[in-house]
Design a protein around this ligand. Structure first.
Ligand code: GLY
Length: 357
């Protein structure tokens, strides 16, 4: 039986830059965006376009083999193939592009921009997207790192099927040790992480929103999506209006977390439309989160397993991050946060939250 419960809104004030104090360049990102936002602002300061800045920022995560939720090194689908999703929106030209379920290309954000600029389409998927990238000089590579392979095989073996040591295996072997021997690059200290990741597959993702001194804006989101997904599963990250939305007249928004919940509410679009109607960025994000919660009749029990966050950057430089929950599900010490750079050091700020754990 679904029960209706009272929504809780954490007391936190949205970050607002008045026009008098508005920074000349600002980048807002998900919690994993310290390096990303610094790179984005550096790119804009050097005269780079706002979309190029956002892409340069997220490229750091996409190319980092240690980041297991974005680009190269991302956790694969249930068959061990890494499938990546991304979309971009360019405020000044009001154009957008996206790729979904693309394999073999480390930087899907760049291919999303390529779709925007070099095709008459908005979105390409799967093999067609990869072929389009290769036609423009990108080389397909194996994106499955040793670390991601270890986690994937640990997950496969945890399912209790035919994968892993059989009935005839000699007794006494430590679980996971055989896997380490079969993956030459794997390190023993990865095993605990692999078991945790197999049991609780993460949804990572990075969003970057940018604003320059001309008031121009852009946004980009990129991800390897849900680990162990059904091949072909597409989350919110490549969906214009869900993973990212940018309206040069109003502002930009992006999202991370469980994509299915975001797609249901077209979250990034909802956030921008809320700002258009006059809501402050934090309230605009919280309103979108309320819509996601409403789809579960606000039942906190059902919602407790869902992570969902929005990030908003308004044209006047006001910004906010907001999350469904104030803390991570599997680590109550970890506060929901987002990242900002407005010309100096990148910093992490607390998100406002719809519910307290
Ligand atoms: N938000 C990333 C995904 O659900 O794929």
């Amino acid at each position: 039986m679904i029960s209706r419960r009272k929504l809780f809104v954490c007391a936190a004030s949205p970050a607002v830059a008045s026009s008098a104090q508005r920074p000349r360049f600002i980048a807002v990102s998900s919690s994993n965006g310290l390096a990303c936002t610094a790179k984005a602002v550096e790119t804009m300061k050097a005269g780079g376009d706002t979309l190029d800045a956002a892409i340069a920022g997220v490229n750091i995560q996409e190319l980092d083999p240690e980041d297991t939720s974005v680009g190269y090194g991302g956790l694969p689908n249930e068959e061990g193939d890494v499938e990546l999703d991304s979309c971009v929106m360019h405020g000044p030209t009001r154009r957008c592009g996206a790729v979904a379920s693309i394999r073999g290309i480390k930087t899907p954000s760049k291919i999303a921009k390529l779709v925007m600029e070099q095709s008459d389409h908005v979105m390409l998927v799967g093999e067609g997207a990869a072929r389009f990238a290769e036609a423009h000089g990108y080389r397909a590579e194996n994106l499955l790192t040793d670390k991601a392979r270890l986690a994937w095989l640990t997950w496969k073996e945890s399912l209790g099927g035919d994968w892993g040591p059989g009935l005839d295996a000699p007794p006494g072997g430590a679980p996971g040790r055989a896997l380490l021997q079969r993956i030459p690059g794997a390190r023993p200290e990865w095993l605990a992480w692999a078991r945790e990741t197999a049991a609780h597959p993460p949804t990572g993702t990075i969003t970057c929103l940018t604003l320059n001194d001309q008031g121009e804006m852009s946004g980009c989101t990129t991800t390897s999506g849900l680990a162990w997904k059904i091949p072909g599963r597409v989350g919110d990250s490549p969906i214009i209006g869900a993973g990212v939305y940018c309206d040069q007249d109003v502002g930009a928004a992006g999202s991370t977390g469980r994509g299915e919940e975001n797609i249901r509410i077209c979250g990034a679009h909802a956030v921008v439309e809320n700002m258009r109607r006059g809501m402050e960025p934090a309230e605009a994000c919280l309103d979108a989160l309320r819509r996601a919660a409403r789809n579960y009749d606000d039942d906190r029990g059902w919602l407790s397993g869902i992570g969902l966050s929005f990030y908003a950057l308004r044209k006047d430089g006001a910004y906010a991050g907001a999350s469904l929950w104030d803390r991570a599900r599997n680590d109550s010490r970890r506060r929901s946060r987002f990242t900002v750079n407005d010309g100096g050091e990148s910093r992490s700020e607390d998100s406002v939250a719809l519910f307290e754990r």
